[in-house]
Design a protein around this ligand. Structure first.
Ligand code: ATP
Ligand code: MG
Ligand code: FE
Length: 332
């Protein structure tokens, strides 16, 4: 079974080819245009997707040494995401499906982030828990089967990725700041500054308070020393990162205790964070969890994760019709 998958939910245009559950190519084109605006500009994102999609699909096909004629199904990200961005991938996939007369598979982007953990063998056995931490979401998912995923915890305000990006902005770092915080934190002392951790009941998260507490802290320090950020950047990054990772790991540990499930994964763009990856591995050793972390290319937005999710949907003949339309928001 050869599946061509397309991801266009935000600001990466990506295409992947998957044959019998193996990813043969995963090509990702980022969009530099947003950097100067400090965030993704939806109209510019759709336009860039339109420019990128044909060359990106062609690279994915040629890297996999295959062609459109060999494709058995076309998969695409249907939701959630920026509506204009999703539309480009949806329309492209529908057109291909119609032209090739092959089934169409609609994929939920957040389910795909979770199932990215199944791409590389040995993946987690079901049931497993997945902490999905991305630019727009923070979720703890209980996965019983590829088509049986349940969100058992989620953020009530900002996502973990937003917490990284918004504090990075306060530290005068360009967008997206998450990877830069990770980079500077490597030279920093994570215990130097203390930021309040939110106390939210159950398995839910809250990150909006962290940004505010960093803001007030910086305002006070900068009043005394205008060079404060520049002089303490590494320690600030390490301390912020430590706080976020700590909040995430405490809730994940709570989920393990509540469910008794010891197969634990992370997913989403923030799972590229080196401290989160190291801390998960350390928790695993200490608490006897089996931990799983997707390779970097499957953490941030990519079509490989759409392809693997589509493969499991194909096996269940879970196809979409040409009436399907994208949705900016969608539960499952
Ligand atoms: P969603 O999946 O919720 O729709 P998204 O697709 O925009 O959102 P991803 O592409 O999965 O999100 O992740 C992007 C986020 O990951 C950004 O907030 C970015 O700062 C963050 N991120 C990427 N690498 C790192 C890193 N090394 N450390 C911390 N954050 C990171
Ligand atoms: Mg992105
Ligand atoms: Fe994403």
């Amino acid at each position: 079974i050869t599946i061509l998958a397309i991801e266009s939910s935000c600001d990466e245009t990506s295409a992947a080819v998957c044959v019998d559950g193996k990813i043969l190519s995963n090509h990702i084109a980022g969009q530099k245009v947003h950097e100067q605006y400090g965030g993704v500009v939806p109209e510019l994102a759709s336009r860039a997707h339109m420019q990128n999609i044909v060359p990106v699909v062609n690279v994915a096909l040629s890297t996999a040494q295959t062609q459109l004629a060999a494709v058995d199904a076309i998969a695409f990200t249907q939701a959630p995401g920026l509506i204009g961005s999703l539309l480009v991938g949806t329309q492209f996939a529908k057109s291909l499906s119609l032209a090739l007369n092959k089934p169409l598979i609609a994929v939920h982007h957040m389910q795909a982030h979770v199932l990215a953990n199944l791409i590389e063998a040995p993946g987690p056995e079901f049931p497993f828990l997945c902490l999905t931490v991305s630019g727009g979401h923070t979720q703890i998912v209980l996965a019983r089967a590829p088509d049986d995923l349940e969100v058992i915890g989620a953020t009530i305000d900002d996502a973990a990725g937003e917490a990284f990006d918004k504090t990075a902005k306060l530290l005068h770092l360009p967008y997206p700041g998450g990877p830069l915080i990770d980079k500077y934190a490597k030279q920093g002392d994570a215990t130097r500054f203390k930021f309040a951790e939110p106390q939210i009941p159950g398995l839910n998260f809250s990150f909006s308070g962290l940004k505010t507490s960093v803001l007030y802290f910086l305002q006070k320090e900068i009043a005394a020393n205008p060079q404060f950020i520049e002089q303490n950047l590494a320690d600030l990054c390490a301390s912020v990162q430590h706080t976020i990772v700590n909040v995430l790991m405490k809730k994940l540990q709570k989920a393990v205790q509540q469910t008794g499930i010891h197969n634990v994964c992370i997913a989403g763009g923030v799972s590229a964070n080196s401290s989160l990856r190291n801390t998960l591995t350390a928790y695993g050793k200490k608490h006897d969890w089996k931990t799983f972390i997707p390779p970097f290319q499957y953490c941030t937005d990519n079509a490989g994760m759409i392809a693997i999710t589509a493969y499991y949907k194909y096996l269940k003949s879970d196809f979409a019709t040409l009436e399907v339309s994208p949705a900016a928001r969608a539960t499952w």
